[in-house]
Design a protein around this ligand. Sequence first.
Ligand code: SF4
Length: 355
Amino acid sequence: MATIVQEPLHAEKKAGLFVPDFVFVEPNALNYPLGRELYERFQAEGIPIQMTTSHNQVRGIPGETEVEKYRNAKRTLVIGVRKTLAFETSKPSAEYALPLATGCAAHCHYCYLNTNLGSKPYIRVYVNTDEILRQAEAYIVERPGEITRFEAACTSDPVSIEHITGSLKRAIEFMGTQEFGRLRFVTKFHHVDSLLDARHNKHTRFRFSMNADYVIKNFEPGTSTYEQRLEAAGKVAKAGYPLGFILAPLYWFEGWEAGYTDLLERLRSQLVPEALHDLTFELIQHRFTKIAKKLILQRYPKTKLEMVEEERKYKWGKYGRGKYVYPDVKAKALQAHLEKEIRRLFPDSKIEYFT
Ligand code: SF4
């Protein structure tokens, strides 16, 4: 059953929620209750709707230049049906990616979706949530007696579109009923209210992506502020969810040590006590590929993001596709500083990895 929050769109826009400028619908999506509800809703609100034969090939997003098309694509919602029910793997944080949606309306310069989504930067939501969750259950059953973890933020920021679909809440409640199933996701948004009363049964780890002020202000346009995310993290902890922070990308800037210490000290002083019981940190240093650099410079030509290959270490990856990370001296300094400060301020937390 579809569970859309029926606020008028102008109120949603005012609250900083994503409201599309253009909507495309796959005909088959209208055979699902959520597909129909969304279609009727956007039609009633007067948002231009076009049909598209496939959510993989959306034609007709306006724009004179590539950059204009890209920006408009990020204001476009595509309502489709997920046909491939084979899930991708999602190491190191989970066994599988849970495919509820792809794309995001925000403009983080270093977003992994810049390259992952290639020519499809639009926001695509799948309306066959029941089938997707049934498939997740099949994966859980395949590993009897073992915990199977699903990551719901591999291809989008699921909180940023939750007001449209309600699918994340359904996934949280579904996983709450699964003895061996666990859900995790990460967000840079603070719109968490509709998720606070979900019957999560502590089977979902709710993570926030945090960074030093300098990094959020310079590189994460369109996301919630540090303060908003912190307040949301407090609400989520009070609602009994296991909480986590992904500090990413850890970025080397003038004054980074003080910047990251300040971030962690403010987290410590402002976080509600409930949050400290079951808290995890994941640490990811900044990296880029040659393709990502090219796309970032095309799409955000004024970016201050430093991507000088000669100042980085090349790390070979799968299929010969490597990436540029910090040289060992810098990476180790970032890791040592962050780990020291986390242990000092959050002695009961768990650092899951540094990569
Ligand atoms: Fe990408 Fe996350 Fe930023 Fe959205 S909020 S643009 S998914 S990094």
